[in-house]
Design a binder for this molecule. Structure first.
Ligand code: ADP
Ligand code: MG
Length: 594
C-alpha cells in the first residue's frame, strides 16, 4: 500500500475534481501504525453529481482480533459481519457524505462487510461522496472524512476490543440458531417452524421492527402441531412445526392469518436479536405467490390452470404482455416450480379468487366448457403428491379447501389452534362440487436466450427506463447498467423490471444483488442459450455458495445483498424483452390479455 494519503490529498486542494482519480488504489489507513490496515479507493467519482466513490477499509485478522469461534463457519462470518456493519453505521452517525449499508431486520450476506475465512480479517465497503467546491477538489473535507472519520470507524467498529463482546456473541449465536433450525426442517418433515413466544406482528406497514405494547400476543403453538427442536446455542426450542403437504390457515378477518403467513415468507432469512422472528423459519425454497395483473409472461405452460382462452391462444405455451390476475398467478406458480420451489405460500388477500376456487353452484351455472380456469383447489394435492411441492394457504373465505388440506389451522385472536379433525367432519358433508383436474402436469423447462437480455428494447411496447437515457444515452446506460429503485424496480440495461409483486425481496440492496446476479448469469455463460433456466440457477447457486458476495463483487463493487435464486428468476421472468425457447416446440403464441 502507498503511504501519505493525507499529504497527497493536501496537494490536490483546488485541483480539478477529476484528479480524485489519481488516488485510486490502496493506501495505508491514515493514523494506523505499520499494522497492515488499508484504505482502498476502489473507484473515484467523475464529478460531484455522479454516484459516490467506492472505498474499502481492511483490518487484518491480527489487528481485528476476533476470536476464531466468531468466524470459523460461513454462518458465523455472515452474522459477525452483520454485527460489525451495524456498529459501523452507528459510528458514522449523521454524516451524509458517507453511507454504510447496514441492512434492516434480516441478517443477509452483503457486500458492505465481509469477514475473511482465512484469517478473520474484516473488510468494510461503502460509498463516499468525494467533497468538492464546485468542480474543484475540497481536500480539507476529504481529509476530514478519509483520514479522520474512516480511521475512527475502523477503530471503533472493526476491532473486537472496541465492541460489546456479549452483544457480539448474542448476535452470532442467534443467527446460528436460526440457520440451524432452518436446516433441521427437512429431517423433521417440516416446511416451517414458529417458536413459542415469537412476535410476528410488525410496527406498521412501513416499519419492519416488532410491534410493541400490551396488545401484542406472542405466538403459542397448538398442541397437535407442537414440536421441540434442538438448536446449537439456545438448546431445546418449542413451537409449531408445519409438516409438508397442504396446510390451510382459516379464521375470522383481523385474527392474524396474514401476519402468520408473512412471518413464514420472511422465515427464509435470519433476523437480528430482538426482532421477534429469530426462531421463525421456513425452508429456503419457500416462494410466496400472488396475483400480479399486467405482468409479462413468456412461454409458460399454464394449462394446468388455464385452458381454451377466448382468443384461441395455446396455454401450454402461453405468452402475454399483459396478464390478468388469474393468469399472472398461474404463471408465477409454474415459474416458481420450474425454479425449484418446494413450498408455496398464498394469501387470499392477494390471490386471484377465480384461480383459487370455483364452487359447486358456479360449476352448475357456468359450464366447464365456458370457463378456461381450473382452480388450484383441484391440483394442490397433486402438486404435493407428484411434485413434492407443499402449500400453505390462507383462506378464510371458502370451505372448498377443507377437503384437500392435510391440516387446518385456525387463528383466533392471534392464537392458532389445530382444527383439522373438525374440518374433516365439515368436509365429509358433500357440497356437490366435483374435481376438474386429477394431476398437475410435469414442469416444462425453458431455455432463456441470452441475447434477449443484452439487447436494446424493441421500440414498440417495451418502454426504455425512465431517466438514465436510452441506448444512445450517457455512458452509464446500456447493457451493463444495474440500478435499484427501492424494492420496487430494477433497472437492468435498458429494461425497467417491476418487482413490486416479488414480495420476498427483503432489502433494497437485494435488488442490486439481483441485477448483478443477472449479469453474472450472462458473463459466466450460465445462460448460454442451451441451459434451462433451472440449470443456470443451479450454476449460479454453486458459485454463490462457494464464493459468496465475492462472486457478485467481481461484477461490480456496489452495496448489495446476495439474492436467492427465486428472486433472481422472478426478475428475469419480468424482463419485458426476455425470449426463451423450449424443447419440443418452436412456435409461440402471444395473447394480449389472459
Ligand atoms: P387477517 O389476515 O386474519 O385478516 P392480519 O394478519 O392482517 O389478519 O392481522 C390483523 C391485525 O392484527 C394487523 O394489524 C396485525 O398487525 C395485528 N396482529 C396480527 N398478529 C398479532 C398478534 N400476535 N398480536 C397483536 N396484533 C397482531
Ligand atoms: Mg389477511
Amino acid at each position: 500500500p502507498r503511504g501519505g494519503l493525507e499529504q497527497q490529498l493536501g496537494r490536490l486542494e483546488g485541483a480539478s475534481y477529476g484528479r480524485y482519480k489519481s488516488l485510486v488504489g490502496t493506501w495505508r489507513l491514515p493514523g494506523s501504525e505499520a499494522g497492515g490496515e488499508t484504505l482502498r479507493l476502489v473507484r473515484a467519482q467523475a464529478d460531484p453529481f455522479a454516484p459516490p466513490a467506492r472505498l474499502a477499509v481492511r483490518v487484518p485478522g491480527e489487528q481485528a482480533g476476533f476470536p476464531s469461534r466468531l468466524w470459523n463457519t460461513a454462518v458465523r462470518r455472515r452474522a459477525l459481519a452483520g454485527f460489525i456493519v451495524r456498529r459501523a453505521a452507528e459510528v458514522v452517525g449523521g454524516e451524509r457524505a458517507l453511507r454504510i449499508d447496514a441492512g434492516g431486520q434480516e441478517v443477509l450476506e452483503r457486500s458492505s462487510c465481509q469477514v475473511s475465512a482465512d484469517d478473520g480479517s474484516v473488510t468494510l465497503r461503502f460509498g463516499l461522496a468525494l467533497p468538492g467546491k464546485g468542480r474543484r477538489i475540497d481536500s480539507r473535507s476529504a481529509q476530514r472524512l478519509m483520514c479522520g472519520l474512516v480511521p475512527r470507524i475502523a477503530e471503533r467498529a472493526l476491532r473486537y476490543e472496541a465492541l460489546d463482546a456479549p452483544a457480539v456473541d448474542e448476535f452470532v449465536e442467534a443467527v446460528e440458531d436460526s440457520d440451524a433450525l432452518r436446516k433441521a426442517l427437512p429431517g423433521l418433515g417440516l416446511v416451517a417452524f414458529v417458536a413459542d413466544g415469537a412476535v410476528l406482528p410488525r410496527g406498521s406497514g412501513v416499519d419492519d421492527r416488532p410491534a410493541k405494547g400490551e396488545k401484542v400476543v406472542p405466538f403459542s403453538s397448538p398442541e397437535g402441531l407442537r414440536v421441540t427442536v434442538e438448536v446449537p446455542n439456545a438448546g431445546a426450542v418449542r413451537g409449531m412445526g408445519l409438516r409438508e403437504g397442504v396446510s390451510l390457515v382459516v379464521g375470522g378477518g383481523f385474527h392474524g392469518k396474514s401476519t402468520l403467513l408473512r412471518a413464514l415468507e420472511t422465515g427464509i432469512w435470519d433476523h437480528v436479536p430482538g426482532d421477534g422472528r429469530e426462531l421463525v423459519v421456513s425452508l429456503p425454497e419457500t416462494v410466496k405467490l400472488r396475483a400480479e395483473d399486467g405482468r409479462r409472461v413468456e412461454r409458460v405452460d399454464v394449462h394446468a390452470f388455464v385452458g381454451r382462452l377466448p382468443d384461441g391462444s395455446d396455454t401450454t405455451d402461453f405468452s402475454t404482455d399483459n396478464a390478468s390476475g388469474s393468469t399472472s398467478q398461474a404463471a408465477s406458480l409454474c415459474e416458481a416450480v420450474e425454479a425449484g420451489a418446494r413450498v408455496l405460500l398464498i394469501d387470499e388477500d392477494t390471490a386471484a379468487t377465480n384461480l383459487m376456487i370455483r364452487d359447486a353452484r358456479m360449476q352448475s351455472l357456468v359450464a366447464k366448457e365456458r370457463e378456461p380456469l381450473t382452480p388450484l383447489v383441484d391440483s394442490v394435492r397433486s402438486l404435493h403428491r407428484d411434485h413434492g411441492v407443499s402449500m400453505v394457504l390462507v383462506m378464510g373465505g371458502s370451505g372448498d379447501y377443507l377437503e384437500v388440506a392435510d391440516r387446518v389451522l385456525m387463528m383466533d385472536a392471534y392464537r392458532p389452534s389445530d382444527v383439522t379433525e373438525r374440518a374433516r367432519e365439515v368436509a365429509s358433508v358433500p357440497t356437490g362440487r366435483h374435481a376438474e383436474a386429477e394431476t398437475f402436469p410435469p414442469v416444462v423447462h425453458r431455455v432463456p436466450e441470452p441475447a434477449s437480455l443484452q439487447q436494446e428494447p424493441r421500440r414498440r411496447g417495451d418502454a426504455p427506463p425512465s431517466g438514465g437515457g436510452g441506448p444512445a444515452g450517457a455512458g452509464s446506460a446500456g447493457p451493463g447498467k444495474v440500478r435499484a429503485r427501492g424494492t420496487d424496480a430494477l433497472t437492468f440495461g435498458d429494461y425497467e423490471v417491476d418487482l413490486r409483486s416479488v414480495e420476498q425481496i427483503a432489502d433494497p440492496r437485494q435488488v442490486t444483488g439481483i441485477g448483478l446476479a443477472l449479469r453474472l448469469l450472462l458473463r459466466r455463460g450460465y445462460l448460454d442459450g442451451v441451459n434451462t433456466l433451472a440449470k443456470a440457477l443451479d450454476l449460479l447457486d454453486a458459485e454463490l455458495a462457494e464464493r459468496g458476495a465475492d462472486a457478485l463483487l467481481a461484477v461490480r463493487d456496489e452495496d448489495f445483498a446476495v439474492p436467492r435464486r427465486f428472486e433472481t428468476a422472478a426478475a428475469l421472468n419480468r424482463v419485458r424483452g426476455l425470449r426463451v425457447s423450449r424443447a419440443g416446440s418452436a412456435t409461440s403464441t402471444r395473447a394480449s390479455a389472459g
